[in-house]
Design a protein. Structure first.
Length: 264
């Protein structure tokens, strides 16, 4: 296998306060030898702007491709912000890149925090704050982003999409999205600390022609969500999980924001 990393784009991105964070190739289908530009995006309604970070912002950035595992964190600069990678692939196969951010801190006022918890279906945190008379208190939160994207090089598919990264929350497809036939559903399992998690809210996002369709599902007893996938446009699933932390002078909550993207 011959694979050449071309360059790392150093672009100035706009930092915005928004929910979803995801990885997005400029195309999800590549020809052999074609260059992939991978964007780090943040935004709402599956429409994003460039996120800019450096090596200190990243805990993990790894590629799975043709039985090869590559650590991509060394491609990120130490201090200058970067919002994309350029890679080139010379062999056919299904490829996946996974990203885990370092922890960040945010402090929201009580109204903002409650609205955010309700919007993302984080019922455990809402209930805890009500039970402990904390609803009127600010939301002091550490948060971490975990994102994966799957793309296809040429026609040959393989099992790279099944690989796991050991993220705190992780989407693991049970089917190769590029081997699905018309009318088939896509099955994805959500893991929490490596274990299938039931009853978690999973949002699905499908964007075509500048419009986004969104739905919400709950993972079943085996941690699985299943839904039909039309083979046009780009897709994402996302989840937000909130955990209470004690004896931390900085924050009361730890959240994990997980996403998985693919497209046609």
């Amino acid at each position: 296998m011959k694979r050449t990393i071309i360059t790392l784009l150093l672009l100035i991105g706009t930092a915005i306060s928004a929910h979803e964070f995801w990885l997005e190739p400029q195309r999800f289908y590549l020809h052999k030898g074609e260059t992939l530009t991978l964007k780090f995006l943040v935004g709402e309604d599956f429409s994003g702007e460039n996120w800019k970070g450096n090596r200190s912002s990243v805990e993990k950035l790894k590629l799975f491709y043709n039985e090869i595992q590559d650590d991509l964190t060394t491609l990120l600069p130490d201090s200058v912000g970067s919002d994309s990678l350029k890679l080139q692939f010379y062999d056919e196969g299904t490829a996946m890149i996974g990203y885990q951010s370092a922890n960040k801190f945010v402090n929201l006022d009580s109204t903002q925090f409650l609205e955010y918890l309700k919007e993302d279906g984080i019922k455990n945190a809402v209930a805890y704050r009500e039970e402990h008379q904390e609803t009127g208190m600010p939301g002091r939160e550490l948060y971490q982003r975990v994102a994966k994207t799957i793309f296809q090089v040429g026609d040959k598919t393989d099992d790279s999409y099944k690989k796991t990264y050991g993220f705190p929350t992780e989407f693991v497809p049970l089917d190769n999205p590029y081997a699905l036939k018309k009318g088939e559903s896509f099955r994805i399992r959500i893991l929490v600390d490596g274990v299938p998690a039931s009853g978690l809210l999973v949002k699905t996002w499908h964007r075509t022609n500048g419009k986004t369709e969104k739905s919400e599902l709950l993972s079943d007893q085996d941690g699985i969500v299943q839904f039909p996938v039309s083979q046009i446009g780009k897709w994402m699933v996302s989840n937000v999980r909130m955990v209470r932390i004690d004896n931390n002078p900085e924050a009361d909550w730890q959240s994990f924001w997980a996403s998985l993207t693919w497209g046609y």
